[in-house]
Write a protein that binds this ligand. Structure first.
Ligand code: GLU
Length: 282
């Protein structure tokens, strides 16, 4: 995509990174070089006067490693225990990396309930607003330790879009393990082409959702990304999917020259996030 001025005037960005992008595939251990680079990129965006929020997965995967589980754990209680250990370790890592650039970060853990309940939602919104005012980068995850529902059905693509809607972000960036939205599954079809710009989420685009990203640590596929796109664009934010292989792509986005898919915002004043969640839970 080449459109020099499109991203120039963004004021508030939510960046989401998934578990599979934070870990080395062969060992399942954290990729410190990538996390360090991510911290630097985000601090530099912040230094340009743009509010930044990071939505990071990885709690369960990091906890799994810390507690010595070799395979994906199955029991909900064990997953929650992993999340309790892993979330703390993940934040420790982020805090250390961001401290290199004298950047404060804050942890915000949410559940779907936070978004459904009017009082909780407003409280969360106020907290985010204050964190931005204080120049802090909030680091968000689902509160996996207390919410079994979140672990079983939750995904951080939708969570990041809900956060973008909540904080009134004008841009949501999904750092993924795929370059963007393709006309077909690129792992199976060599002729699949990358779609650079999605003007509108019409049925043709929705039909392209394939539930496979080839990752075995995260929970998001293309389907969850299109749900995220729906939430983000209707609440007034552009959404971009890019490959997290090189997180240096973040500044390329702001320069308007990058490989990925841009979903253009379609603000709808009748779109109400709590109703949307309610509808999908029926
Ligand atoms: N909240 C989960 C975790 O931190 C991950 C959910 C996801 O990858 O979408 O482990």
């Amino acid at each position: 995509m080449d459109s020099k001025d499109y991203f120039k005037h963004k004021k508030r960005v939510v960046v989401k990174i998934g578990s599979s992008s934070l870990h080395h595939e062969n060992t399942g251990k954290l990729n410190f070089t990538k996390i360090e680079r991510l911290a630097r990129e985000l601090c530099d965006i912040r230094n340009q006067g743009i509010d930044v929020c990071l939505v990071s997965s990885g709690a369960i995967a990091v906890g799994r490693q810390a507690l010595g589980f070799q395979e994906r754990v199955q029991s909900i209680a064990t997953k929650q225990a992993c999340a309790a250990v892993g979330q703390a370790r993940l934040m420790l890592t982020y805090q250390k990396m961001f401290a290199e650039y004298h950047q404060e970060v804050g942890q915000v853990l949410m559940t779907k309930g936070t978004m459904q309940d009017n009082v909780s939602r407003k409280n969360a919104q106020n907290t985010f607003e204050e964190l931005f005012r204080l120049g802090v980068i909030p680091i968000v995850n689902e509160n996996d330790t207390v919410s079994t529902y979140e672990i079983r059905f939750g995904d951080n693509d939708s969570l990041s879009a809900m956060v973008a809607a909540l904080v009134g972000a004008d841009l949501l960036i999904l750092l993924s393990d795929i370059d963007g939205l393709f006309t077909d599954d690129p792992h199976k079809n060599p002729d699949a082409e990358l779609i650079e710009v999605v003007e509108e989420l019409d049925p043709k685009i929705l039909a392209m959702a394939k539930s496979s990203t080839g990752s075995d640590v995260g929970t998001g596929g293309m389907e969850t990304k299109l749900t995220a796109a729906r939430i983000a664009t209707l609440s007034g934010a552009d959404m971009v999917i890019v490959n997290a292989e090189d997180v240096g792509i973040l500044h390329e986005i702001f320069e308007g020259k990058f490989r990925g898919t841009l979903f253009k915002e379609h603000y709808d004043e009748d779109f109400y996030i709590a109703d949307f969640i309610e509808e999908r839970m029926e």
